[in-house]
Design a protein around this ligand. Sequence first.
Ligand code: 6PG
Length: 249
Amino acid sequence: MSETLRPHTLRVAATPEFAARAAASEIVALLDAALSWRGEAHLCLAGGTTPRLLHEALTELPFEGWPHVHIWFGDERCVPPDHRDSNVGMARQTLLDRVAVSPEHVHRLAGELPPEEAARQYHDELHAMAARRGRTIPVMDVLVLGLGGDGHTASLFPGSPLLTPESAPATWSAAVHVPALGTSRLTLTPVVLQAAAAVIMLVTGPDKQQALARVLRRAAPVAQLPARLLESANGDVAWFVDEQAVFGR
Ligand code: 6PG
């Protein structure tokens, strides 16, 4: 991984809608570039609620490349796709069922399976993607991530064993127990997040102010502030935030 800090840009918009629209424009430009270079693009989506506005904004852009875009997920809850908490369910409702993505290009984490089996299956799918692209590691052209109030990103939570190289498994996806939630989650591992060609961090709302400030100020080690992983990302990292995430209410 690159040891030097990649250039991070911070773009502050007046509202969550403007932040989402700016992020959507950047994502489409990055996908267009990947498509013109290789004829296909790999977009990894985030879960939670913030991406809903982003997905809405993506459906409103005149982007013709969707049939050649592969969709991946940074993490997933251990629930079936039709569950209200499912990230792929949210993505289908807000984006995938509204643009011309090919169903066979949607690579979801199988939240309905036993977590370890789902993680293993996804690792194999990611491994096949990397091999097909002649790479030793799966590289997302665009990786979208959010930020939790505790500084987590994807499902890499503070204190996760995935955050320390000594205890991290040599896999591209993992099943993790999240004590703070009392449940298991499925997540890409740090090495895949850091390998992305471009990272889009979308953070909006006053309840993210403290976490955003702590991450940008590097107020604690990665083990306590997992989103700091992106400081050693291979690709450029662009933060799209709104004024409330920066200044509070
Ligand atoms: C998830 C996400 C998670 C999310 C943050 C922010 O599955 O919940 O991948 O990392 O990005 O928790 O969530 P909100 O957008 O709901 O605030």
